[in-house]
Design a protein around this ligand. Structure first.
Ligand SMILES: Nc1ncnc2c1ncn2[C@@H]1O[C@H](COP(=O)(O)OP(=O)(O)O)[C@@H](O)[C@H]1O
Ligand SMILES: O=C(O)[C@H](O)COP(=O)(O)O
Length: 367
């Protein structure tokens, strides 16, 4: 049997490539007569640039000095392919760049992403595809807009500090972004709007360290900024567009810059030729760290599963943990947590855990 193993990363424990290798090793241990092809994927979050680097052999990597969500210096890689640049927002805004105790979206900024985008523009990029996801920020892209040339002022005329928590003090937006003639594509991992119960703050704030009263405070801050920014920069309604809430509202900021949204998962799947690879296999396996209700809202595993369904191929999800038992596009959902008894055990030895899960599922698989 020909197996295609096409997972996303397991955030915090394994890259997509490590996860794919672990599944292949476990599967082949149980069924050595099968062939396994690995295809690490991404949905706009971490891994976006690495996946595209494999898919676009003509693209070159460029390394730039930028800053992390707390303003500390970091190096970030992005890709150039002719006049197109492919940038991963998590390279500057990523949750993985902070210690657990440092996570606080009232303070974190997307400024560093603006420095990467500026570098791309200054070196001639005219089409910029930005992968959104895995961020530690919830500032509606205000930091990035500042790095691109806009000035955010409070009611006394002083420049606004960075972070999502100060945005309700923004009384004026002055200047122009240095983005004329540049097409932006926000490759988002979620289709959430900016505000509301399914928006950036309430859906993703808690995983970034915002809890209790910080949540309504951030929601109010973003809402006030969004109203001003839409009036000043347009288009009105940008905050309600699907994807505006991706990466702490960076989707919204790209809409203000005239950009449009694509599904990050679909974009990477198309770039690697997933469809043809599914057609040439008998079974597809995908996975991610946490397979949950969010995953079904256009995330990578759901994209792979629907691709498999189109070709009538069975698709399995092997996840770190899961609260989804079944889905019409899936032949099965299995988790390392279920196998080892607790999420702690699953995360302690992630490669071994996923390898054992794949071995068990392969042993039980009936064609
Ligand atoms: N090896 C693992 N075993 C169990 N749970 C994991 C493992 N790796 C990651 N996770 C869980 O998955 C979460 C990340 O979810 P994931 O789907 O990978 O990313 P995202 O939600 O950012 O797209 C982690 O916070 C952790 O709870
Ligand atoms: O806020 C973000 O960065 C994402 O759009 C959602 O986060 P996640 O993909 O890391 O869960």
């Amino acid at each position: 049997m020909r197996i295609l193993i096409a997972p996303d990363k397991f955030a915090g424990t394994m890259s997509a490539a490590e996860a794919a290798d672990a599944v292949a090793a476990g599967w082949l241990r149980a069924r050595p007569g099968d062939t396994a092809a690995t295809l690490p994927l991404a949905d706009g979050g971490p891994g976006f640039v690495d996946v595209l680097a494999h898919a676009l052999p003509g693209a070159t990597r460029r390394t730039v000095a930028t800053c992390d969500p707390l303003g500390r210096p970091v190096q970030a890689d992005y890709l150039r392919d002719g006049e197109t640049a492919y940038i991963e927002s998590a390279a500057a805004c990523g949750l993985h760049l902070l210690e657990a105790a440092e996570r606080d979206p009232r303070r974190t900024t997307s400024y560093g992403l603006g420095l990467i985008v500026s570098d791309a523009i200054e070196t001639g990029a005219r089409r910029i595809v930005v992968g959104l996801g895995g961020s530690a920020t919830n500032d509606a892209g205000a930091g990035m807009l500042t790095a691109l040339g806009l000035t955010l002022l409070d009611s006394t005329g002083a420049a606004l500090p960075y972070g999502g928590g100060v945005l309700s003090a923004c009384a004026a937006i002055e200047g122009h972004a240095r983005t004329r003639g540049v097409e932006f594509i926000a490759a988002t991992d979620v289709d959430s709007p900016l505000l509301g119960p399914h928006g950036a703050t309430y859906m993703f704030g808690p995983q970034k360290g915002a809890t209790g009263s910080a949540l309504p405070f951030l929601e109010m801050s973003l809402s006030s900024f969004a109203e001003l920014a839409e009036r000043r920069l347009g288009p009105v309604g940008a905050s309600e567009q699907p994807g505006a809430g991706a990466a702490g509202g960076l989707g919204f900021a790209f809409f203000l810059l005239g950009g449009h949204r694509e599904s990050g998962a679909r974009l990477t799947c198309e770039a690697v030729g997933l469809d043809a690879k599914i057609a040439a296999s008998d079974l597809v396996i995908t996975g991610e760290g946490s397979f949950d209700a969010q995953s079904l809202r256009g995330k990578l595993a759901a994209e792979v599963a629907s691709g498999a369904a189109v070709h009538g191929k069975p698709c399995l999800v092997l996840a770190g943990r899961s609260d989804v038992d079944a889905h019409p596009d899936l032949a099965g959902v299995h988790s390392v947590t279920e196998l080892l008894g607790s999420p702690e055990a699953a995360m302690r030895e992630p490669v071994e855990g996923l390898t054992s899960l794949a071995e068990k599922v392969a042993t039980e698989w009936r064609e």
